[in-house]
Design a binder for this molecule. Structure first.
Ligand code: DGY
Length: 321
């Protein structure tokens, strides 16, 4: 009797050719992105599901893992995996996979986009032309990037990629990280600073740490008060790393000059959020990796991880300790 194909739950936008690759080896159960798998999947499918392919919008918490007793792998279509209870998965023998490496350039590009946009006040520049203000005189002067200090809070792959780009703009790059990145220091990519030195010296403070119990809310009023009033905060990592209420207060009270945010505490951001009413904030819709090429590379890796794990092969990118 032919063996039945393993069931996988797919809750991510898989292009047709990669979907065909999954279908050649698996039976797919589709779930709309962001829905809870323990609620959206039928009991019969939950009982047999061997794999999950999902985005960061799908919580894979203890309740979800409990509802999927046969699951062997959760392949996240993202480098971050704060949506997944990794200790719990590991305890249950579930492999957790992610997509490191392939999105570093795209996220670093967006980070530099924020730096340029904030320094040159491009949002206001655009509005200035559209409302006809240019007809009455030139737009206000903005700031050079050259000679300014970019502070990287977190120095992983993405932080290093941002440092490379900032160097091409003749910026001074400093970083703080739990572990010293001596290779980058020796290469002259970035100089190490204590956390307080980083806050005090940065003209642009860019967050590149993962979301964890330790980093949640770790950039708050104490940090904003320690920054220069002329400094900007950039966050392309995870929204909850920043205390959003404190950020809004700091922006209103002028503790910092502005912010570029790709990620927020709650996503999608409610347009009624005070952040949307602040003219010194530039917003993006969690789009750091959202280019055609990068999302394709991420999905190829996520599908390969899924199929490797189900086929008994070592996945390329696993996060279990
Ligand atoms: C990631 O890969 O973690 C990005 O934030 C996309 O969600």
């Amino acid at each position: 009797m032919p063996q039945s194909l393993p069931t996988v739950i797919v809750s991510a936008p898989v292009p047709p050719d990669l979907r065909a690759a999954i279908e050649a080896a698996c039976r797919i159960v589709d779930v709309p992105t962001g829905q809870r798998l323990d609620e959206a999947v039928s009991a019969a499918d939950r009982a047999v599901a061997r794999g999950v392919l999902c985005t960061v919008r799908t919580p894979v918490d203890a309740a979800t893992l409990e509802a999927l007793p046969a699951v062997a792998v959760v392949s996240n279509f993202a480098v971050g995996y704060d949506n997944i209870d990794v200790p719990r998965a590991t305890k249950g023998g579930v492999l957790v996979c992610n997509t490191p490496g392939v999105l570093d350039r795209a996220v670093a590009d967006l980070t530099m986009g924020f730096v340029i946009c904030l320094a040159r006040d491009m949002v206001e520049g655009d509005a200035y032309v559209r409302r006809g203000a240019w007809l009455r005189g030139p737009a206000p002067l903005t700031s050079d990037l050259a000679g300014k200090t970019l502070g990287l809070l977190g120095m992983g792959r993405i932080g290093r990629m941002v440092a490379r780009r900032a160097q091409a703009f003749d910026m001074r790059v400093i970083y703080h990280n739990r572990n010293r990145d001596t290779a980058s220091e020796e290469e002259g990519l970035a100089a190490y600073r204590t956390r307080d030195e980083l806050l005090a010296e940065s003209d642009f403070l860019s967050v590149h740490v993962p979301l964890s119990a330790e980093t949640r809310g770790s950039v708050g009023m104490r940090e904003f008060e320690a920054m220069k009033p002329s400094a900007y905060l950039i966050n392309t990592a995870r929204g909850p790393v920043v205390d959003e209420a404190a950020l809004i207060q700091a922006l209103r009270e002028g503790h910092i000059a502005g912010a570029g945010l790709d990620v927020m505490e709650r996503e999608p951001l409610d347009p009624a959020s005070p952040l949307c009413a602040l003219s010194n904030v530039v917003l993006q819709a969690h789009a750091g990796s959202a280019t055609v090429e990068t999302r394709r590379a991420m999905m190829e890796l996520a599908v390969t991880n899924l199929l490797d794990a189900l086929g008994g092969r070592q996945p390329l990118a696993m996060v279990n300790p």
